[in-house]
Ligand binder design. Structure first.
Ligand code: FEO
Length: 395
């Protein structure tokens, strides 16, 4: 059982809310569930469906189409080939045999490979191409790398509705069709941006530029609620994808016998005394999504790890691997930690930061528990961070 809601005249939301899902891609935690949005656009002559849903919820989409008494669909637009939007396509192709799938050439290729959809079922459209539904028309705008190389937006020109698929989305299960409370949705959209869009920051900027001259009344992504005040999400994406960072330090740490924890805590206190905002993350139980969110605009990251079998602790490896993969715009980095008899912890972690365009500030590595000269070195590190932030006009 699903439910249908009208987004604009003859444009309906027909997707599914997944209240229970707690993990995506076996990687990303979904504290607030998610949704797989799908939209039906009824023109005076033809009908198009925009995006399918995750295969686990295809029954909801079908129920919604039945509720609207849809007997035939002319076009099914696949803005993105990832299975949470395309997984329902094989069922739809069977149920609506006259429907043609519409996709970019790269998406066409992926739909054939991932879902075994026959080539003749798919029309490959060019960037800027338009398909008429009668009194409504669909304009296809290539939007590569938000989230995969094949992604595109679909714009209903007459109604000024932009279907953006993953871009501008949020993993949020909500009964709201539109964003009702911008303050409340800020964290879900930032978490989503951090985990999914941040690695493609320069592409986000290019795609924002591509749509800057469109007059948009509604942005309808395929996850989370739609925006009937699109400036809110466009401004947030502009800010996050810009090169601007904030006077803010994050200190992810893991500790076995409290020496590294003592160092991390001392550094945090030293930064607070210098009026530098800071957040400490215990990697043993941290919500990695929150760490990703803070990486969106932090100026500095200081990783604190003990030495395990000569190298870094695996929790620190995992955090640095993730930070490196997410390619945040962080400007400065350092490493602190303790060892017992020998360590290559710093070299190993440094070698894992290849995607981070950071200036490395002198690490502080301590034999055993920190002593007076080690606290002085941590104070010096805090001074150095303050100096760098000042030089970049962040303070
Ligand atoms: Fe929501 Fe990239 O899929």
């Amino acid at each position: 059982m699903g439910f249908v809601r009208e987004l604009k005249s003859n444009i309906y939301s027909v997707g599914a809310i997944d209240w229970d899902r707690r993990l995506f891609d076996a990687l990303i935690s979904l504290p607030d569930g998610t949704s797989y949005n799908s939209y039906l656009v009824k023109g005076s002559e033809k009908i198009a469906l925009i995006d399918a849903v995750d295969p686990t919820m295809i029954d909801v989409l079908i129920d919604n189409l039945d509720e609207l008494k849809v007997k035939d669909i002319d076009y099914i637009v696949a803005n993105h080939a990832e299975q949470d939007h395309s997984g329902g396509l094989p069922v739809l192709v069977e149920k609506y045999p006259n429907a043609k799938l519409v996709a970019t050439p790269k998406c066409k290729d992926l739909l054939k490979e991932l879902l075994l959809i026959p080539e003749e079922k798919i029309i490959a459209v060019q960037d800027g191409e338009t398909i008429s539904l009668g009194d409504k028309s669909l304009k296809f705008i290539y939007a590569p790398w938000v989230h995969w190389p094949e992604t595109m937006f679909t714009f209903v020109e007459e109604d000024r509705v932009l279907f953006s698929c993953d871009c501008f989305g949020s993993h949020l299960a909500t009964s709201d069709l539109f964003v009702e409370d911008e303050a409340a949705i800020y964290e879900p959209i930032k978490r989503y941006y951090a985990e999914i869009m941040m690695p493609f920051r320069s592409n986000v900027r290019k795609n924002l530029d591509k749509i800057k001259d469109l007059t948009i009344d509604i942005i309808a992504p395929s996850h989370g609620p739609a925006y009937n005040k699109p400036d809110f999400i466009i401004s947030a994406y502009k800010e996050w994808s810009s090169d601007e960072v904030k006077n803010f330090v994050i200190v992810p740490y893991v500790s076995m016998h409290d020496s590294t924890k003592e160092m991390a805590r001392y550094l945090v206190d030293a930064l607070i005394r210098r009026n530098i905002p800071v957040k400490l993350f215990n990697l043993s139980n941290a919500d990695i999504g929150k760490l990703a969110m803070d990486l969106v605009d932090a100026a500095t990251i200081v990783v604190a790890s003990p030495t395990v079998l000569v190298g870094p602790h695996p929790d620190a490896v995992c955090a640095v691997y993730l930070a490196n993969a997410l390619r945040p715009k962080v400007k400065f980095a350092s490493i602190i930690g303790s060892y017992g008899w020998g360590s290559k912890m710093v070299e190993t972690l440094k070698g894992m930061m290849t995607n981070l365009k950071v200036e490395l500030i002198e690490p502080v590595v301590v034999k055993g528990f920190p002593k007076e000269e080690d606290y002085k070195a941590l104070d010096k590190l805090a001074d150095e961070i303050g100096k760098k932030h000042k030089e970049h006009n962040l303070i």
